[in-house]
Design a protein around this ligand. Structure first.
Ligand SMILES: Nc1ncnc2c1ncn2[C@@H]1O[C@H](COP(=O)(O)OP(=O)(O)OP(=O)(O)O)[C@@H](O)[C@H]1O
Ligand SMILES: [Mg+2]
Length: 499
C-alpha cells in the first residue's frame, strides 16, 4: 500500500478495524501523526496516516468502506497543501469533513479554508482534547447531514458567517440535543440570558429539521400589545375590529409546514397565552373575529430570557402552557461559563466583520485576547460580537491590541446612570458635572494618571484641565503634587507620598 501507511492496532484485528470509524491523519511530521494516531485509536477510531498531500488525497478518494469518515490534515504538506486538497475534493465531489491544522497566525489561509468547506480548524500547538472534540463534532454533523438528505445544515458547513461556534462541553451537549430533536415535531423552549444565541439555535433547529423547505417565521411577542399580537399570530377576519378592512392571515398560517419562532414568549399576556395553549394542544385556532377553525401543521420553538418556572410560581405565566412549551428544553449557558469558546468566537467574528469579503481578517494580540478572557460578559456572545466589530473599526483592520477593546457595560452603565438620574429628577447641570468628572477620571486612568496626556486626549489645554480639576474638586486628590508637577504620575506620587 504505497499511498498511505495503513496502521492496525496491535490489539485489534481486521474485523475490529472494519467496524471502527476511520479517521485520516495527514501531517509531514511523523511525531505529530503518531501522537494523533495514539489519541484517536485510544478513543476507538481506526486511523490511517498520510505524510504528503497526495497520499491524503488518495486516501480521501478511496471507495466507500475504505474511505475515511473524517480527515485531520496539516495545512502545510509536501506535494499538495490543505487548500489544494480541499479544491480537489470539491472538484471530485468527495464529501468528507476535513479539519485543518494550522500554524500560528494563519488567519487568512484559515478563512480561505473555511470558505472552501473545511469542517473546522485547529491551531498548533494542538490541545488533544480539542482534537477529539473537533473530530467528534465533525462526525456528528456529517451524520446529521447524511441522515436527513443532502441539503441538511448547509449553513453550518459551507457558510462560515452562519456557523454556530462552540466546542465547550456545554455547546457540544446542545449540538447533540439539536441533532436529536430537529427531526421530531416536538416543541422546544430555548432559555438563556440575552445574547447567548437563542435565536441562532432556533434557526439551527429549523435548518436541521425536515421542515427546512418550509418557512421559518419569527414573531417577537414583546414587540406588540395584546390585541395586535393576537391578530399578528392568528390573523383576523374582515370587519373584526375597526380598521380590519380585509381578512388577514396570521403568522401561524404563514408558518404552515414550517416552524414558528415565538421570541420573548414570557412577555405574553394571560389571554394570549390561553390562545397559544389551544394551538399547541389542538393544532387549531380561529382568526380574531372569526369562528371557522383553521388547522395548521407547525413546529413551535419558543424563547425567553426569563425564568419561566419562576414566572409560573409568581402567577405571571400559565403552568399548563409552560409544560406544553417545555417539551424539550435547551438552556443556553452564559458565555462566562464557557470561556474556552471565546478564541474560536473571536476568529469567527473577525472573519464575519472584515471590511470587505476579500480583505484578510484582522488579527488580535495575546494581550487583547487576555483582556477578553478576563471580562465577565453580561451581554454574552452578542456583546463579544459587538466588541470585536468595534475593535476592527478602531484598529482599521490590522492588529487588535487591548486599547481597541472597549467593554460595552462600561459605556452602558454610564448611559443607564443618566436614565436613572433623569428619572430621579437630577438637573442637567448635575448630570454635566458627573459627565465631566467621569470623563476626566477616565482620561487620567487610561493615560496612567499622566496629566498632560489626559488633557490632550480630552482636547483641553493644561490650564483648562487644571480649572476643571478645581471646579470638580478633584484637585484635592492630587494635592500631594506640587502644582508644577502636574504632568507627573499623580496616583503613583500620591501613593508613595502617603506611604
Ligand atoms: N455560538 C455562536 N456562534 C456564533 N455566533 C453566535 C453564537 N451565539 C450567538 N451568536 C451571535 O450573537 C448574536 C446574538 O445571538 P442571538 O440573537 O441568537 O441571541 P439571543 O439569545 O436571541 O439574544 P436576546 O435574548 O437578546 O434576543 C447574533 O449575531 C448571533 O449570530
Ligand atoms: Mg433573541
Amino acid at each position: 500500500m504505497a499511498d498511505t501507511q495503513r496502521k492496525q492496532r496491535a490489539s485489534g484485528g481486521a474485523d475490529d478495524e472494519e467496524t471502527r470509524t476511520r479517521v485520516l491523519v495527514g501531517d509531514d511530521d511523523p511525531g505529530v501523526r503518531d501522537v494523533l494516531e495514539r489519541l484517536l485509536s485510544d478513543e476507538g477510531f481506526a486511523v490511517d496516516q498520510a505524510s504528503t498531500g497526495q497520499e491524503a488525497l488518495d486516501a480521501l478518494t478511496r471507495p466507500e468502506p475504505e474511505r475515511p469518515r473524517v480527515a485531520l490534515l496539516d495545512i502545510k504538506m509536501p506535494e499538495m497543501d490543505g487548500l489544494e486538497i480541499l479544491q480537489r475534493m470539491l472538484e471530485q465531489g468527495v464529501d468528507v469533513p476535513v479539519i485543518l491544522i494550522t500554524g500560528m497566525n494563519a488567519g487568512s489561509i484559515t478563512i480561505k479554508a473555511m470558505q472552501m468547506g473545511a469542517a473546522d480548524y485547529l491551531q498548533k500547538p494542538l490541545d488533544l482534547d480539542e482534537v477529539l472534540i473537533a473530530v467528534k463534532k465533525a462526525i456528528y454533523y456529517d451524520e446529521l447531514k447524511r441522515g436527513a438528505g443532502s441539503q441538511l445544515v448547509p449553513t453550518t458547513k459551507t457558510d462560515p458567517a452562519e456557523r454556530i461556534i462552540g466546542s465547550s462541553p456545554e455547546m457540544l451537549r446542545i449540538f447533540k440535543t439539536i441533532g436529536r430533536v430537529a427531526r421530531t415535531p416536538a416543541t422546544v423552549l430555548v432559555t438563556g440570558e440575552t445574547g447567548t444565541g437563542k435565536e441562532l439555535m432556533a434557526e439551527a433547529i429549523h435548518n436541521a429539521s425536515d421542515r427546512r423547505t418550509g418557512p421559518l417565521i419569527k414573531v417577537n411577542c414583546a414587540a406588540l400589545p395584546e390585541t395586535l399580537l393576537e391578530s399578528e399570530l392568528f390573523g383576523h377576519e374582515k370587519g373584526s375590529f375597526t380598521g380590519a378592512l380585509t381578512q388577514h392571515k396570521g403568522r401561524f398560517e404563514a408558518a404552515h409546514k414550517g416552524t414558528i419562532f415565538l421570541d420573548e414568549v414570557g412577555e405574553m399576556t394571560f389571554g394570549t397565552q390561553k390562545k397559544l395553549l389551544r394551538v399547541l394542544q389542538e393544532r387549531e385556532f380561529e382568526r380574531v373575529g372569526g369562528n371557522i377553525p383553521v388547522k395548521v401543521d407547525v413546529r413551535v420553538i419558543a424563547a425567553t430570557n426569563r425564568n419561566l418556572r419562576e414566572e409560573v410560581v409568581a402567577n405571571r405565566f400559565r403552568e399548563d402552557l409552560y409544560y406544553r412549551l417545555n417539551v424539550i428544553a435547551i438552556h443556553m449557558p452564559p458565555l462566562r461559563e464557557r470561556m474556552e469558546d471565546i478564541p474560536a468566537l473571536v476568529s469567527h467574528f473577525l472573519n464575519k466583520h472584515r471590511y470587505t469579503p476579500a480583505s484578510s481578517p484582522t488579527r488580535i494580540t495575546e494581550e487583547a485576547m487576555n483582556k477578553l478572557m478576563l471580562h465577565d460578559w453580561p451581554g454574552n456572545v452578542r456583546e463579544l460580537e459587538n466588541i470585536i466589530q468595534r475593535a476592527v473599526v478602531l484598529c482599521r483592520g490590522t492588529i487588535i491590541t487591548p486599547e481597541h477593546i472597549q467593554f460595552q457595560n462600561e459605556l452602558n452603565r454610564f448611559i443607564l446612570d443618566v436614565e436613572q438620574k433623569v428619572r430621579a429628577n437630577a438637573t442637567l447641570d448635575d448630570m454635566l458635572h458627573d459627565v465631566k468628572r467621569e470623563a476626566i477620571l477616565t482620561a487620567l486612568r487610561i493615560n496612567d494618571q499622566d496629566f498632560a496626556k489626559a488633557a490632550a486626549q480630552l482636547g483641553l489645554s493644561d490650564d483648562q484641565m487644571r480649572e476643571y480639576l478645581m471646579e470638580l474638586k478633584l484637585l484635592g486628590e492630587m494635592d500631594a503634587l506640587p502644582s508644577h508637577e502636574f504632568a507627573g504620575k499623580a496616583s503613583g506620587a500620591r501613593d508613595s507620598g502617603t506611604a
